[in-house]
Ligand binder design. Structure first.
Ligand code: DQA
Length: 152
């Protein structure tokens, strides 16, 4: 089974972008960490990043189909700033049977007020916030525990 690790806008610049906020690990390194965690947990991991809202929606719909066919477990999703703006991503998650764990590197609740609201949270199966890039791994483990009886 597959787990999708989905990253939204500006996360391609991870490691270079605001390192005091997001750390110095690159997205390629985070994705390698996720693949290793997937192997440990017994899943194939697909990593996808886009700066385009529609590309993220297409990927969510694709994984909705894969979950229905029993080929995927769910998704770890850092939607970046779309978290705070996108009704379309909320609807995309609601519209399919894909369990999504919302993930943020920084503690968004300790930052500017415009980061305190998430359109994704009401559609998410779980949320991981403020653990740095380790949050992706915590989210993958949480997803496995939530959705896979073989990973208690
Ligand atoms: C982020 C938090 C968002 O508010 C911000 O727009 C990001 C990254 C995080 O991982 O902490 O791009 O999702």
């Amino acid at each position: 089974k597959k787990i999708l690790v989905l990253n939204g806008p500006n996360l391609n610049l991870l490691g270079q972008r605001e390192p005091t906020q997001y750390g110095s690990t690159s997205l390629a390194d985070v994705e390698a960490m996720c693949r290793a965690a997937g192997q440990r947990l017994g899943y194939e991991v697909e990593c996808f990043q886009s700066n385009w809202e529609g590309a993220l929606i297409d990927k969510i719909q694709e994984y909705g189909r894969l979950v229905k066919e029993g080929q995927a477990l769910g998704c770890v999703f850092n939607a970046g700033a779309y978290t705070h703006t996108s009704v379309a991503l909320h609807d995309a998650i609601k519209g399919v049977e894909l369990p999504v764990i919302e993930c943020h590197i920084s503690n968004v609740h300790a930052r500017e007020p415009f980061r305190h609201h998430s359109y994704l949270s009401p559609a998410a199966a779980g949320i991981v916030v403020g653990f740095g890039v380790t949050g992706y791994i915590i989210a993958m483990e949480g997803l496995a525990r939530l959705r896979d009886k073989d990973n208690p």
